[in-house]
Design a protein around this ligand. Structure first.
Ligand SMILES: Cc1cc2nc3c(=O)[nH]c(=O)nc-3n(C[C@H](O)[C@H](O)[C@H](O)COP(=O)(O)OP(=O)(O)OC[C@H]3O[C@@H](n4cnc5c(N)ncnc54)[C@H](O)[C@@H]3O)c2cc1C
Length: 434
């Protein structure tokens, strides 16, 4: 546990200790030209960059901080089916053609990510052991049954687990059942980020860290300004997700609300404990209004995540409620040491869907993963690259939309705090009833 009162949620991440080396990068310090400038070097921006160079375009990626500073370097690293929404709702929203294309992309998200890791030769500890989502209440189990039925229509296998099967997969008999997604898995998120960057640089992308975009200017071309340099380009793609502020593209920040999630990792667990807790080394989500999520890392540390406080600096006590929840499920962890604590921002959107949007001609944004951005950030990054490269909208797996802004966005912190309390109360009442 960090000794200071409060600490940065990025540098303290377990991933900093076990990641592959980062490629060498430096700030932008001159005036350059490129076909496309990408703002933000996380999963979305880097996958878009790779797609754009593959289409023969010149690309500059500008990252405000270091590689992996955003959610991509802090993530839980679970690679799940891309969205937590029913296919029928997606088709109702986007229409039959675009909706079905999206459902198929969502269904195959984990396979897309793991195939991409192999094709690009990325060293990021991929594990494809599947994912279990538990159901603590009958209403969640009913919803899971319907979800599995609907996804099956599009070739996506989600198995419904009864009480005994869920208990065997999770190592706890607290649940009525659950869902199992066999293609899902985990990766080391900071390594994935650094490796995407390495390959992008090898393929000709100019990547500059410590290069926050201060403002954009539209003349004959776009001019993307940083403190010490400028990129002149035809198109700009904004991939800043939960770290979007009002600076680079004023107004865009109102389309996402940055919630916080905290993660902590135990000491490496003994073989005995590992045989009891998530014995197939599946990743796990305890499905409630306020979810709890878990996975092992390559050294057998159990990494557990929960909702966090609405600030970017964390304190030791921010993890107490999560640890209590973990120990309620796995009492055998009562005496286990917690070695790492970190957290970061998750971008929520008004309709709970990520978006690919054209703000004005040549200015595109892709973000808003609602906590599912490892898989979906990869898929949407590639799709955003295709869109920026000029591919017909009707051929994209992800629809181009006009996301709504949150009304009273500047009051989002008290609003989120109230919602969290309300959800926690409802979760508690339901758990008392079951
Ligand atoms: C604690 C935590 C746990 C998570 N766990 C999971 C999980 O298990 N599975 C899952 O699917 N998803 C998970 N997520 C979500 C997932 O990590 C994100 O959705 C994903 O990383 C988003 O990637 P991104 O590239 O869009 O954004 P980010 O990785 O956040 O990158 C955005 C980047 O933009 C940069 N930036 C911002 N403004 C500027 C500017 N003006 N100029 C230049 N650069 C700028 C930021 O510095 C940042 O690095 C988790 C997120 C968090 C925080």
């Amino acid at each position: 546990m960090p000794s200071s009162e409060s600490f940065d949620g990025a540098r303290s991440a377990l991933w900093m200790q076990t990641a592959v080396a980062a490629p060498s990068t430096s700030p932008l310090s001159e005036a350059i030209t490129a076909d496309v400038t990408i703002i933000g070097a996380g999963f979305t921006g880097l996958n878009a960059a790779l797609e754009l160079v593959a289409q023969g375009l010149t690309v500059c990626v500008l990252e405000a901080s270091w590689l992996g500073f955003g959610a991509s370097g802090r993530s839980g690293g679970q690679v799940n089916v891309g969205l937590n929404l029913d296919p029928a709702d997606l088709i109702a929203k986007f229409g039959e053609d675009a909706g079905v294309r999206l459902v198929k992309a969502v269904s195959s998200t984990p396979t897309t990510v793991f195939d991409r890791i192999k094709q690009l030769g990325l060293q990021c500890d991929p594990v494809q052991n599947g994912w279990v989502q538990s159901a603590a209440t009958q209403s969640v189990l009913d919803w899971q049954l319907e979800l599995a039925r609907d996804f099956a229509r599009y070739g996506c296998e989600l198995q419904v687990l009864d009480r005994g099967q869920a208990s065997a997969a999770i190592g706890s008999n607290k649940y009525l059942g659950g869902l199992f997604s066999p293609t899902a898995g985990t990766l080391q998120p900071l390594s994935y980020t650094r490796e995407l960057a390495r390959v992008a640089i090898e393929r000709g992308v100019r990547l500059h860290t410590e290069s926050a975009v201060t403002h954009l200017e539209r003349a004959d071309s776009w001019k993307v300004h940083t403190a010490q340099g400028v990129v002149s380009c035809e198109k700009v793609l904004v991939c800043t997700n939960g770290y979007t502020d009002s600076q680079a593209v004023p107004g865009l920040e109102k389309k996402v609300v940055p919630l916080r999630s905290v993660l902590a990792a135990t000491e490496p667990l003994s073989a005995d404990l590992r045989a009891q807790i998530l014995p197939g080394e599946v990743s796990f989500v305890d499905k409630r209004r306020l979810i709890l999520y878990m996975r092992y890392d390559r050294d057998g540390r159990l990494c557990c995540g929960d909702h966090g406080p609405m600030r970017d600096e964390f304190t030791n006590t921010d993890y107490d409620a999560m640890k209590k929840r973990v120990i309620e499920i796995f009492p055998m962890l009562r005496d286990t040491r917690w070695d790492y604590h970190w957290g970061g921002r998750i971008a929520f959107t008004k309709d709970s869907l990520p978006f690919l949007t054209e703000i004005e001609p040549g200015l595109v944004a892709a973000m808003g993963y609602n906590g599912r951005g490892v898989g979906m950030g990869t898929v949407l990054g590639v799709e955003a690259g295709r869109f920026v490269a000029g591919l017909d909208k009707d051929k994209l797996a992800f629809p181009v939309s006009s996301p709504k802004a949150f009304a009273m966005h500047r009051w989002h912190k008290p609003g989120v705090n109230m919602s969290i309390k309300w959800y926690a109360l409802r979760d508690h009442l339901e758990s008392v009833r079951t």
